[in-house]
Design a binder for this molecule. Structure first.
Ligand code: GLC
Length: 791
């Protein structure tokens, strides 16, 4: 069953049945002024912080309300409708959401967006009389303000928050004031006067209401508010209680006639409100210019890689939706969604360094900026700060070794993997751009000292080398990638051992470029040491184990009754280069046999039970959920990548398809989540709801799947001095085309597969010239480079 379809030409997902299994949402603006909107108008808005800058109220985990509500009343009959809840059609696009609803011979077209770089949102509306007689109408808009910009205080501390707010009506707008009785500056508790506005443009206000209770009426609800039902909002302000912005406009609409309106919401004072409103004198023109700018901005960000393959769904994801998801995750981190409320006041180290990987191929300069920031959040001991505060000041931060950091961030200790994510991310950035000088850029450490990027990487390796367990593998510390695996200073993680191996291999390439001979000797011996350790202490019969507990017991060994077989050590044995050839195929076949299901491969099997060891925190989850044998979506990306690296393109695409949102479009009743974005996990076969997916949008899955698609399936693998092609595709594909922006040039790649192989190389022509190897040195890449590759 489906609720809509992809309109690829417009990069929109079109919802034709509004009764979606869950609210299906979109992101507007940026965390500077952020707005989240569902297909039924639900969602919230905030300035800078979803938790502390909340201006529009939303009830989490409830009935997707309140929201951005636009009502229309036909005055002769008195009938009315909430147009933006259950609209006839909702189109989520790149940074905007359109809705269309027909009511009483009126077509209402709504567009919700935050103009590029601005700190206000627009609910643009065009009303058209599609009938044959004149209509007398009342249009109303409703925004439910929070009483307190801290959303928790707003929701629970009612004995306080209901008595600090009031509204005033002025000109075309309701102004909400919080703590209006204070003088300008912050008081000794940091409290200050706060202001929000909700304005109507395009018509004059016929009635207003600033008080939620008066707008809704006793026992009223959002679909039947008293003020709308009687066609007059009563002209009352709020003085305590719950503030809102509700504005009505009466209008006549002749047959065929259209009128444009805008409801404008912002957190600003009266003067700024005047300035913002003045910018929209000619509504339809100004709005369409702003919307065009927004679309152009997003299109230019997404255009760097465009593909055409036999899979329409794969194309939708790579060309638009996975890429858009990557940018949203990159920008918003884990700040705000319908699952993240904004309380995390910083960037998770590993999450952010991974997020960067998803956009390097599209926007390397934005990637670099964020990468520099994350390098400046690496402490001089080489470890990454588990949480990098939004107020991060490089060179002056405390670390998990300090009580103040622990208290402030809630992160009590170092994690084993954080800084190791820098290696693939720095490597990908340098290979995409060819800019090896990045290694020499000086960047401060988080706490004190500074060093080149190359020095930062050395310290990251040193961090792991200084924290080895009894078997010589990196200790698992407070967590490795798996937040629910606490192996401590003595327990060891095979995943981190493999990450460490990959890091050493990449570092060898950097060191060779730097001609750092002594260091090459050191890392070469460290590489062979860790390889031997992985072989001796991690490989067991048909699998790589997950590690050792503090007591030295193996986790994930053959014959274990619970958690016997884990996904990540198998996929990472391939990605890291620890396993090759038959060995790699053996462990990856084990994944297919023991973990795979129609909805993806479980993180491990069988799930933990009550007798789990102390660091097995995932035992709290119902079996089949999250890290307790759920299908953790990010790991599916590594699975696809690992199979693609082995050249097993058919299986790589099988795994891709199990997890690809677009391919579940017709199974929405099972997946529940938006079919156009990734989520954190899918319930595994042990759950009665197998296939149901959770925690939309902000997830490392976006970047990991993107890397798996681009480097893995499409096989675009640049290195320092050129580009290697190594597609790994389903054998049934005949051909595909890839257009890629690369180091300022345009690559037009055509891959043909007449022998129906799933990987391999028969011949390649670059601008008509034959190559014996699937490698194009940078000097052969011209402004327009045509490449023909035969598998
Ligand atoms: C969540 C966290 C991520 C972690 C993963 C597995 O997605 O954001 O940091 O790696 O869970 O535990």
């Amino acid at each position: 069953m489906n609720y809509g379809y992809f309109d690829d030409s417009k990069r929109e997902y079109v919802i034709t049945n509004p009764r979606t299994p869950e609210p299906w949402v979109n992101y507007l603006g940026s965390p500077e002024y952020g707005a989240i909107i569902s297909n039924n108008g639900g969602g919230y808005s905030f300035v800078k912080s979803g938790a502390n800058g909340r201006i529009l109220r939303y009830q989490f985990n409830s009935f997707d309300a309140p929201g951005r509500y636009i009502y229309l009343r036909e005055n002769s009959s008195g009938s009315y409708r909430l147009l933006s809840r259950f609209p006839d059609i909702c189109r989520h696009g790149t940074g905007y959401t359109l809705m269309e609803t027909a009511f009483c011979a009126v077509r209402a077209e709504m567009c919700f967006f935050v103009p590029l770089g601005s700190r206000h949102e627009l609910w643009q509306l065009k009303l058209t009389n599609t009938g044959s007689s004149a209509l007398s109408l009342t249009l109303s808009g409703y925004a439910e303000f929070t009483n307190n910009s801290n959303y928790e205080q707003d929701g629970i501390n009612l004995q306080y928050s209901q008595f600090i707010t009031k509204t005033v009506f002025e000109k075309n707008r309701i102004r909400q004031l919080i703590h209006p009785n204070l003088s300008e500056g912050p008081d000794s508790d940091g409290k200050r006067v706060e202001e929000r506005i909700f304005a109507l443009l395009g018509g004059s206000v016929s009635s207003y209401c600033g008080d939620r209770a008066r707008f809704l009426g006793s026992w009223g609800d959002y679909e039947h508010p008293l003020g709308v039902a009687r066609g007059n909002l009563g002209n009352v302000n709020c003085y305590g209680g719950n503030g809102c912005g509700a504005l009505s406009c009466s209008l006549e609409l002749l047959p065929g006639q259209s009128r444009d309106f805008v409801f404008l919401l912002s957190a600003c004072g009266a003067k700024e409100a005047d300035e913002i409103c003045a910018g929209y004198e000619n509504i339809s023109e100004s709005c369409s210019v702003e919307l065009q700018k927004l679309k152009a901005y997003w299109y230019s960000r997404l255009e760097g890689l465009q593909i055409k393959t036999p899979s329409k769904e794969f194309d939708s994801m790579v060309n638009s939706w996975n890429a858009y998801n990557c940018f949203i995750t990159f920008t918003w981190s884990r700040a705000a969604s319908f699952f993240y409320c904004g309380l995390r006041n910083g960037y998770g180290y590993r999450d952010t360094v991974q997020d960067i990987q998803g956009i390097i191929h599209l926007d390397p300069s934005a990637a670099r900026e964020q990468l520099e920031f994350m390098l400046s959040a690496q402490a001089k001991n080489g470890g990454g700060l588990p949480l990098v505060k939004y107020t991060h000041t490089p060179g002056r931060e405390n670390t998990p070794d300090d009580e103040s950091y622990r208290r402030e961030t809630g992160h009590p200790a170092w994690r084993a993997d954080d800084a190791l994510w820098l290696f693939p991310t720095v490597y990908k950035y340098i290979c995409e751009t060819g800019d090896l000088s990045f290694l020499d850029e000086n960047i401060p450490f988080a706490d004190s000292e500074e060093g080149s990027v190359y020095e930062h990487l050395k310290r990251a390796l040193q961090f792991s080398e200084n924290r080895l367990g009894d078997h010589g593998m990196p200790a698992g510390l407070y967590a490795d990638w798996n937040d629910c695996l606490r192996l401590g200073a003595k327990g060891e993680s095979s995943f981190v051992a493999m990450q460490y191996l990959l890091a050493l291999r990449l570092m060898k390439e950097f060191a060779a470029h730097k001609r750092d001979a002594d260091y090459i000797l050191h890392i070469s011996s460290e590489e062979s040491r860790i390889r031997q350790v992985i072989e001796k202490s991690c490989f067991a019969e048909d699998r790589y184990i997950r590690g050792y507990t503090e007591e030295g017991k193996q986790i994930g060994a053959p014959g274990d009754e619970t958690a016997a077989f884990w996904l990540n050590p198998q996929t990472w044995s391939v990605i890291s280069g620890a396993a090759e050839g038959e060995r790699a195929e053996l462990v990856m076949d084990g994944v297919h046999e023991k973990l795979n299901s129609p909805h993806g491969a479980a993180l491990m099997m069988p799930p933990f039970r009550a007798d789990a060891f102390e660091g097995a925190l995932a035992v709290v989850y119902n079996p089949g959920m999250k890290e307790n044998a759920g299908i953790f979506s990010q790991t599916q990306g590594w699975l696809v990548l690992a199979e693609a690296l082995l050249g097993r393109g058919t299986r790589a695409f099988e795994y891709y398809s199990e997890n690809c949102p677009a391919m579940q479009n017709d199974k929405a009743e099972t997946r529940q989540m938006e079919p156009y974005v990734f989520g954190q996990f899918t319930e595994g076969p042990l759950s009665p709801n197998a296939g149901r997916s959770h925690v939309h949008w902000l997830t490392g899955t976006a970047s990991t799947m993107m890397v798996a698609s681009v480097e893995g399936i499409l096989g675009i693998r640049p290195d320092f001095h050129g580009l290697r092609l190594s597609p790994s595709i389903p054998s049934c594909w005949d051909e595909l085309e890839i257009k890629k922006r690369f180091r300022g040039c345009a690559l037009n790649i055509k891959i043909i597969n007449p022998k129906h192989a799933e990987s391999g190389f028969s011949r390649m022509q670059v601008n008509g010239r034959s190559f014996d190897e699937p490698y194009i040195p940078a000097e052969f890449i011209t402004e327009e480079t045509d490449i023909l590759y035969e598998i």
